[in-house]
Design a protein around this ligand. Structure first.
Ligand SMILES: NC(=O)c1ccc[n+]([C@@H]2O[C@H](COP(=O)([O-])OP(=O)(O)OC[C@H]3O[C@@H](n4cnc5c(N)ncnc54)[C@H](OP(=O)(O)O)[C@@H]3O)[C@@H](O)[C@H]2O)c1
Length: 243
């Protein structure tokens, strides 16, 4: 995603890389990318409007720390964060603008709305979420699958229990079930099935190119830059009305 982000910045007229951040000792620092030098900290004189993070749970604390130090917006797409990291993000939103999204695709934001509406209208139907990603993805189920499950629970006013990932035994009433596929270079596939008796509804999204997430993160960064402190969502950025 770091590379996709550098590519998206190169294609855009109104963004400049203030610092391309890597972990100390990272092989990524040796990537031959024109006009980009990699650093572990932004130089003191770098002008920063926003920190964009796709480093996952290992790099998230450092990205948040830099945004807080600089007093600028944090836009993070890191998934698999711990509860403590999510809490740190919420607490940071009292002093800087923060936006965390499990998925920066506009299509997924709209899918979330469709899923919430369908779940609200069909409160008794079972919900199963299937997701497929490339073989190197570390967390499972994906942050996007969990976000879609949260939309179902919020729409129905149910308290989310433990996500049903292991498939032995019966589900609790209303519990959202998850299935995970990992392989090859799958960019991201999400299927939400609402299953009744004698019928079902299937809502699906396919991402075919990672650049779409990078472009979405830049749209968010542009919108976030200079906002007051607070916690924002892609629904805010895209003007979808609700979270
Ligand atoms: N929200 C979205 O739309 C969206 C879309 C796609 C992916 N994601 C999420 O974004 C994250 C990255 O995905 P990916 O596929 O690009 O994973 P990846 O290939 O594992 O890349 C993560 C990168 O973060 C770097 N990193 C780790 N610690 C760091 C630190 N302290 N400072 C700076 N960089 C650090 C790693 O560097 P080293 O290689 O040197 O360890 C690695 O290059 C995952 O959590 C993924 O689920 C989100």
């Amino acid at each position: 995603m770091g590379r996709a982000l550098l590519g998206a910045v190169a294609e855009s007229a109104d963004f400049e890389i203030a610092a391309a951040l890597v972990r100390s000792g990272s092989e990524a620092a040796t990537l031959p990318i024109a006009d980009v030098s990699f650093v572990t900290r932004p130089p003191a004189d770098a002008l920063v409007d926003a920190v964009v993070d796709f480093s996952g749970p290992r790099g998230f604390d450092s990205a948040l720390g830099i945004a807080l130090e600089r007093g600028v917006a944090l836009v993070s797409g890191s998934t698999g964060l711990t509860a403590a990291q999510h809490a740190a993000l919420q607490s940071a939103s009292r002093s800087i603008p923060v936006l965390w999204a499990a998925n920066f695709s506009p299509g997924i934001a709209v899918l979330g709305h469709l899923v919430a509406e369908a779940a609200r209208l069909l409160p008794d139907w079972d919900c199963e979420i299937l997701e497929a990603h490339h073989r190197l993805k570390l967390d499972a189920p994906s942050g996007t699958a969990l976000m879609l499950g949260d939309r179902v629970n919020q729409a129905r006013g149910t308290v989310a229990g433990k996500p049903l990932v292991e498939r032995s035994g019966l589900r609790d009433v209303g519990q959202v079930g998850y299935s995970v596929i990992r392989g090859g270079d799958i960019v991201g596939e999400h299927d939400v099935r609402l299953i009744g008796f004698g019928e079902r509804i299937e809502l699906a999204h396919r991402a075919t190119n990672r650049n779409l997430f990078a472009r979405g993160a830049l749209v968010a960064a542009r919108w976030m830059s200079g906002r007051p402190a607070g916690s924002y969502t892609m629904a805010d950025v895209l003007g979808l009305g609700t979270h």
